[in-house]
Design a protein around this ligand. Structure first.
Ligand code: BGC
Length: 772
């Protein structure tokens, strides 16, 4: 299943009628962290270095207030000149990075260049939709291109290391960092992880426009108990290997050059000092050659976790567990010299960590080209119009149409020419900064076109009008704006309500929420406006699923817009008016209520499943009581994983299987054929549209219980009205192996069901057998 140590298989699919598979291995990439010529140069250099200089390479600092000249802590400059800092983050601008680089290259004894890092998460200057939205495109090719654009922009200013992608599987919407990843599924998460790495690192790492990627947070960070950020994670080894590790392994096979350890404890051991994950899995099992960096201050935080009582012990435990670089705790620089001299840490351990950093610097070509190209005019370069247009396309493909009921006898969306007056209401309708989402690098609100701006311009060109009323703030308990909003709604043909979260305080790091409804009094505003009887389109801006349960039964249309980036407004307007059809699908299950969390589609069945029981009402005396159910909420998601509507309709033909029987031993020995399963998808509507076709599997009769369904393939298929396309998937060892009772990644004899369909809750199915 999705858990196995598979070759990374990325679907290079797009909206064209053809698709291709791209099988990638690290060896096929030009990124070579095992290049003998580089190893020789590293060895020569290490041979000349003092202990302090070697330790310097594994010390990483941050410069706060990054953009302004002269804000650096004065010591940093001194330390750089002495070769006591290896890498630096939060310095941006070519002039700034070059000034520090000059110190390292010209003043330090061995002229070793610095490596500049930044959290370039979903764009640098051209801000794309947040990663959760990018995942909702189910389009790795698009994500790769967006990451390449980010690399092009960041490297122009000397940033050659990004702390991205975040590949943490997130199954609890209370966790605010869900926004930074690809959602709940390891298969999709792996495809996205690969796409980011390919985009950032490019075909060659020493290309001046390539940036070292950093997969994070290793590992289990997304499983923080109760969704509270930084909280402990308890994950069995099977679940770790089956669910949480695969995207990391996929990124590694795509050649990722660095890893960031997580803040949390994993099964009681802080991830930053966790030998099992940092050394046993990463190095011994996976053969990782790159460098491991701590999260911000997390080496020092192992004291708070309680596995060390002082900085010296924290530093010793971390480096012996396999943590190469200390990010900002400043413990390695303070304590490693003495720890090595006293023999508590063998010098070879420091050598190895420094070697990994130097290897990366050579692979990036930094020794030969340490400086960023100075901008001709200085300042913040303009956005490239082609990149901006591409950002709009990404946003359009990330929107998920959750509901599109009828109003006035026809589908509410797209809006037609009969709509003369639109009321645009809500605190997110004109909030440029929020459109950028969290982690906006050097994106600025000035580059954003909001929904209000784009809608007004479109309507004015057509001689129609927009009545705008903010109504309320994102968080407020005052209703003084309600009357104006209701009055605008009453005069309109259609109401667009732009509601949702604050992109920084509610949807990001340290932004866990115990309530998942619309914040503040936005729900009351929505109800007041809906009470006018005018058709309402709810547009939800958020970095996680919100419980839009009331809206799902009271307003005719809901569009999940996430935080769409610089082109939020134009992308939304083109979608609302039907220039393009929505095609995104959820990569996280949307709950009815927060009490269902953690909620994910690929759950294990219980012994007492509530199949066939009406869960839409509380149990009565006539019902069998002892089922795995809530007495006050359905078990299923409000909108399931993989779900999303279009303006057109797609139908799937019955599945065709190339065989009804496979051989487990043949698959394990790689001598047997795989199964080919296909369907024909037809666009039966009158509009063009893209359909994301999803393949799921279930195995029964196995040595351990496996999920009720597991995603094992997907395709984005573009279909003109009336057009049909045959979509074929291969189901072989990679799709069928799982971590069995003996903790081996094997195919076992089983009864299998395969589904191909539009979501995790639908699809055409067929059975087959995996014999011995
Ligand atoms: C975050 C990391 C990020 C780092 C940068 C931390 O707070 O957890 O994801 O890369 O800051 O220093």
């Amino acid at each position: 299943m999705a858990s196995k140590m598979r070759l990374v298989r990325v679907l290079l699919l797009a909206v064209t009628s053809t698709w291709s598979f791209c099988f990638l291995r690290a060896q096929e990439l030009a990124l070579r962290l095992d290049d003998p010529a580089i190893e020789q140069r590293v060895s020569d250099l290490l041979g000349q270095m003092t202990l302090e200089e070697k330790i310097g390479q594994i010390v990483h600092f941050t410069a706060d207030s990054s953009n302004e000249p002269g804000t650096m802590h004065p010591d940093y400059r001194e330390q750089i000149a002495k070769g006591q800092v290896g890498s630096f983050e939060n310095v941006t601008g070519a002039a700034e990075t070059n000034a520090l680089q000059k110190l390292a290259v010209e003043k330090s004894r061995l002229h070793i260049p610095l490596l500049f890092a930044l959290d370039v998460i979903h764009g640098y200057r051209t801000v794309f939709p947040v990663p959760l939205a990018m995942a909702a495109t189910w389009d790795p090719v698009l994500v790769e291109r967006a990451s390449r654009i980010a690399a092009k922009e960041a490297t122009r200013e000397g940033i050659r290391w990004t702390f991205s992608p975040m590949v943490d599987i997130a199954r609890d919407a209370r966790w605010g960092r869900m926004v930074e990843g690809a959602g709940e599924d390891p298969y999709l998460g792996s495809a996205m992880a690969v796409a980011y790495v390919r985009g950032y690192q490019g075909a060659r790492l020493d290309d001046p426009q390539s940036m070292l990627a950093c997969m994070k947070h290793f590992v289990g960070y997304g499983a923080a108990e109760a969704g509270r950020d930084y909280n402990a994670a308890e994950i069995s080894e099977r679940t770790l290997r089956q669910i949480y590790l695969p995207p990391f392994h996929a990124a590694l096979e795509a050649g990722v050059g660095s890893v960031m350890s997580a803040f949390n404890t994993l099964n009681g051991v802080p991830a930053t000092s966790n030998w099992f994950t940092l050394t046993h899995i990463l190095r011994e099992e996976w053969g990782f050659q790159g460098a491991v960096i701590s999260d911000y201050g997390s080496t020092g935080e192992t004291i708070a976790h309680g596995i060390a009582v002082d900085g010296q012990t924290a530093a010793r435990k971390a480096i012996l567990a396999g943590l190469d670089i200390d990010l900002e705790s400043n413990l390695y620089s303070h304590y490693l010299p003495e720890l090595v001299r006293s023999g508590a840490v063998p010098e070879v351990v420091v050598d190895q960590a420094a070697r990994r950093m130097l290897r990366i610097k050579f692979a990036l070509g930094l020794f030969d080209h340490p400086y960023a190209p100075e901008p001709a005019t200085g300042g913040n370069p303009q956005l490239d119009p082609a990149d901006v247009e591409f950002a709009r396309t990404v946003a359009e493909r990330s929107f998920v149409l959750l509901k599109n009921g009828e109003s006035g006898g026809k589908a509410t969306l797209p809006l037609g020419s009969e709509v003369r007056t639109i009321a645009l209401i809500g605190p997110l309708a004109d909030s440029a900064a929020d459109m950028l989402g969290p982690w906006r690098a050097r994106g600025t609100a000035a580059d954003v076109v909001t929904l209000r701006t784009a809608l007004t311009s479109r309507m004015q060109q057509a001689g129609r009008q927009v009545l705008y009323a903010k109504g309320t703030e994102i968080v407020s308990d005052g209703d003084s704006g309600f009357a104006e909003a209701v009055a605008a709604a009453k005069q309109a043909d259609v109401v667009l309500m732009a509601l949702g979260e604050d992109s920084f305080w509610m949807s990001a790091e340290a932004a866990s929420r115990a309530h998942l409804g619309l914040p503040g009094n936005q729900q009351q505003l929505l109800e007041a406006v809906a009470a006018t009887g005018k058709p309402v389109v709810l547009i939800v801006f958020s970095g996680r699923p919100l419980t839009v349960t009331w809206a799902a039964s009271h307003v005719p249309a809901i569009l999940q817009a996430w935080f769409p980036g610089v082109q939020a407004g134009p992308a939304l307007v083109r979608t609302l008016f039907g220039d393009v059809s929505p095609s995104g699908k959820l990569t996280v299950s949307m709950p009815h209520s927060v009490g269902q969390e953690p909620l994910y589609y690929d759950a294990l069945n219980t012994g007492r499943p509530a199949d066939g029981i009406d869960l839409s009402r509380p149990p009565s005396n006539h019902d069998e009581k002892y089922h795995s159910r809530y007495v006050d909420e359905p078990n299923a998601a409000l909108f399931p994983f993989g779900y999303g509507l279009s303006y057109t309709k797609f139908i799937y033909s019955p599945l065709e299987l190339s065989t009804s029987q496979l051989s487990a031993s043949g698959l394990n020995q790689k001598t047997a054929q795989a199964l080919h399963v296909s369907t024909t998808v037809r666009n039966t509507g009158s509009r063009a549209g893209d359909e994301i076709v999803e393949l799921y599997l279930r195995l029964r009769g196995t040595s351990v219980a496996l999920p009720v369904r597991q995603l094992e393939g997907f395709r984005r298929v573009a279909l003109a009205p009336g057009e049909s396309k045959r979509v074929e998937f291969t189901v072989g060892r990679d799709e069928l192996a799982f971590w069995n009772i003996d903790m081996q990644d094997f195919v076992e004899p089983a009864s299998a069901t395969v589904w191909i369909g539009p979501s995790s809750a639908e699809g055409k199915s067929a059975d087959f057998v995996i014999a011995k």
